[in-house]
Design a protein around this ligand. Structure first.
Ligand code: ASP
Length: 564
C-alpha cells in the first residue's frame, strides 16, 4: 500500500517504490516532473535530461495509475506548500498499471465542474483532496464515537432494516415481500422501537451507527437515507442522557482537533429559545435577540395589529445600513409565514417609519425605551405566530451583517418541549418528538395541550445535532398517548401491539438520544453541503446519478413480487 507523502529530507538516498495516480505532468523539455498522488498526499517524480523513461513520462495521462521505483533526492527548487516539498523521487523504473482517459472533471479542490457531473463520476469527485479529507473526518468521528461509548460500556447492537413501519412522522420507504403477496416491509425511519425493546431485553446500554430512511420532501440539507448515532440507556433520567451526550460530543470534537469550550453546555427551555431567538435551534453565535412587544400594542386598534404577536429586533447604528431595498428583500423572505408584516422604524431626530403617525404617544415612548438612540433601527415583526418570521429575520440579519463568528462553536441543550403540537387540519394532537416520549409528569396528560415532554435536543451552531427523550415505560401511559394522537384500540393493536405487549413483562425506565452523524461531520468539516460528507449521496431529488437509482425492475421481478 502506498504512503508516498511520508518522505522527508532525512530519507534522501533511500530507494523506494511508490504507487498512485498521476496528478500532473510538467514537461519542461530537458526535464519532466510528475506529481504522484495517493491518499497520503503528493510526491514529485523527476526524470532528467537523458533519462530513458523521460519520453514515456511526458506522455502519461492524468489520473493513470502507475508504479515507480527510484531514489529520493533533495530538490533544487523546493516547494513550501506541500509536506514532501523538499524532496523528489529520481525514477529508475516506471510501470503503468492502468491508463486513464481524460477525466470529465479536474481532480483538485477548486473544481468548476457542475455538481451533476461530480455526482455522475462520484469516484473521480471523491479523489479530490477536500472530499478525501471529509470522508476521513467522518471515519474519525465514527471511531471517536465508538471509542467513547465502548469505554462507557455500551454495546453496539444492530437492528433490522426490513421492518414493520415505525411511525415517526415521516413517510416510509417500503419493500414488497415476495413470499407474502401484498405485504411490505418498511425501512426504518430510526431504530426507535427496537432500541426500546433492547432495553426491555435487558441490554441496558445500547448504541448503533444506524442507517435511517425517510421518504420526505427533500431539501438541500436532507438525504433520503442518513446515518444516526443512536443511543439508549436503561434506568436513565434526562440528566444522565444529557451528560452522556455532552461527554460524547466533547470527546468527538477533541478527537477532530477542534477547539471547544470545556464549560458545561447551557440548557435553554424551548420557551426561552422561541421567545429570545424565534427558533428551537437558534444560532447563538451572534446577538440580535427578539424583544417582546405584544403588550406594548395591546390597546392599538389598527386592523394590522389584530390577533398578532409582535417582536422587535434592535439594530444599533442600523438606520443608515438598513436601506429600503434591504428591508424589502427581508420582508419578502419572511412573508412566506402567514399574515406577517415587517415594519422598519428608525430613530433620527424623531422616530420615523410609515406606521409612526398611527401610533399613540405611549407606544412611541415604549418603542424608544427599548434602547433606541439616534442612528438606531428597530425591525418590528408582527404575525399571529411570530416566532417563525422573527427568527428567520434574525438569521437573515446575522448573515447579512456577517455577525456569525464561524471560528467558534456554540453547543447547548433545549429542554421542556411541549409534548404535542395541535394539527388544526387533522383536528388532533401530533407528537412534537415521537409517540414514545414520556411526559414530564403523568398528571399533565390530563391537559394534553399544556403537557411538557421529557425531551431534549442538542443544538450546535444553530443546527439540531441530536434529539432524544425519556420514554414511556408504562403500558397505560403509552396507550393514553396513542389515544391523544387519534388512535383507537384497533389501530394501537395493529400498529403497536407487539411493542406495548412487551411492556407487560417488566420494563426498565429508559431514555436515549440520536445524533445526526452527517450533520456532525458537516459542522466539524465546515461544509454546508450534506453531499460532501457522504461517499455516495443522492441528489436533492433522491436520485443517484452514478448508478441511476431508482431504476425500473423487470416484469419477471414484478411478477415475483405480485406487483402490477
Ligand atoms: N429516534 C429518535 C429520532 O430519530 C431519536 C430518539 O428519540 O432517540 O429522532
Amino acid at each position: 500500500m502506498p504512503n508516498n507523502a511520508i518522505y522527508r529530507l532525512k530519507d534522501v538516498g533511500q530507494t523506494v517504490t511508490a504507487q498512485g495516480f498521476v496528478a500532473k505532468v510538467r514537461d519542461l523539455g530537458h526535464l519532466v516532473f510528475v506529481d504522484l498522488r495517493d491518499r497520503s498526499g503528493l510526491l514529485q517524480l523527476s526524470f532528467d535530461a537523458d533519462h530513458p523513461l523521460k519520453e514515456e513520462a511526458s506522455q502519461l495521462k492524468n489520473e493513470s495509475v502507475i508504479e515507480v521505483t527510484g531514489v529520493l533526492k533533495e530538490r533544487s527548487n523546493k516547494n513550501k506548500e506541500i509536506p514532501t516539498g523538499d524532496i523528489e523521487l529520481l525514477v529508475k523504473t516506471l510501470t503503468v498499471l492502468s491508463m486513464a482517459k481524460t477525466p470529465p472533471l479536474m481532480i483538485q479542490d477548486d473544481t468548476d465542474a457542475l455538481e451533476e457531473t461530480r455526482l455522475k463520476y462520484r469516484y473521480l469527485d471523491l479523489r479530490r483532496p477536500v472530499l478525501q479529507n471529509l470522508i476521513r473526518l467522518r471515519h474519525d468521528i465514527m471511531q471517536a464515537t465508538r471509542e467513547y461509548l465502548n469505554q462507557a460500556d455500551f454495546l453496539e447492537i444492530e437492528t433490522p432494516i426490513l421492518n414493520k413501519s415505525t411511525p415517526e412522522g415521516a413517510r416510509d420507504y417500503v419493500v414488497p415481500s415476495r413470499i407474502y403477496p401484498d405485504h411490505f416491509y418498511a425501512l426504518p425511519q430510526s431504530p426507535q422501537m427496537y432500541k426500546q425493546l433492547l432495553m426491555i431485553s435487558g441490554f441496558e446500554k445500547y448504541y448503533q451507527v444506524a442507517k435511517c430512511f425517510r421518504d420526505e420532501d427533500l431539501r438541500r440539507d436532507r438525504q433520503p437515507e442518513f446515518t444516526q448515532i443512536d443511543i439508549e440507556m436503561a434506568f436513565a433520567k434526562e440528566k444522565d442522557v444529557m451528560a452522556l451526550a455532552e461527554g460524547l460530543v466533547k470527546h468527538v470534537f477533541k478527537k477532530a482537533n477542534q477547539a471547544f469550550s470545556d464549560q458545561p453546555f447551557d440548557v435553554l427551555t424551548y420557551h426561552q429559545a422561541m421567545e429570545v431567538y424565534g427558533s428551537d435551534k437558534p444560532d447563538r453565535r451572534f446577538g440580535l435577540p427578539l424583544i417582546e412587544c405584544t403588550e406594548l400594542f395591546k390597546n392599538n386598534s389598527l386592523p394590522l395589529f389584530k390577533g398578532k404577536k409582535v417582536k422587535a429586533i434592535l439594530v444599533k447604528e442600523g438606520a443608515e445600513k438598513i436601506t429600503r431595498k434591504l428591508s424589502d428583500s427581508w420582508a419578502e423572505m419572511i412573508n412566506v409565514y402567514p399574515e406577517t408584516t415587517l415594519l422598519v422604524l428608525k430613530k433620527e431626530e424623531t422616530l420615523t417609519g410609515s406606521i409612526v403617525k398611527n401610533l399613540a404617544d405611549d407606544e412611541i415612548k415604549g418603542l424608544i425605551a427599548l434602547g433606541l438612540e439616534t442612528g438606531d433601527a428597530l425591525m418590528v415583526v408582527m404575525a399571529p405566530d411570530v416566532y417563525g418570521p422573527a427568527g428567520r429575520l434574525r438569521l437573515l440579519m446575522g448573515e447579512h451583517f456577517k455577525l456569525i463568528d464561524a471560528t467558534t462553536h456554540d453547543a447547548f441543550f433545549v429542554v421542556d418541549w411541549p409534548l404535542y403540537d395541535y394539527d388544526h387540519d387533522a383536528k388532533r394532537y401530533v407528537s412534537m418528538h415521537h409517540p414514545f416520549t414520556a411526559p414530564k409528569t403523568l398528571e399533565s396528560l390530563e391537559d394534553p395541550g399544556q403537557a411538557l415532554a421529557s425531551a431534549y435536543d442538542l443544538v450546535i451552531d444553530g443546527h439540531e445535532v441530536g434529539g432524544g427523550s425519556i420514554r414511556i415505560h408504562q403500558k397505560e401511559v403509552q396507550e393514553t398517548v396513542f389515544r391523544h394522537l387519534g388512535m383507537d384500540e384497533k389501530m394501537i393493536e395493529e400498529q403497536f401491539g407487539f411493542f406495548v405487549k412487551a411492556f407487560d413483562y417488566g420494563t426498565p425506565p429508559h431514555g436515549g438520544i440520536a445524533f445526526g452523524l452527517d450533520r456532525l461531520v458537516m459542522i466539524l468539516g465546515k461544509t454546508d453541503n450534506i453531499r460532501d460528507v457522504i461517499a455516495f449521496p443522492k441528489t436533492s431529488s433522491g436520485q443517484c446519478l452514478m448508478s441511476e437509482a431508482p431504476g425500473q425492475i423487470s416484469d419477471h421481478q414484478k411478477k415475483e413480487l405480485s406487483l402490477k
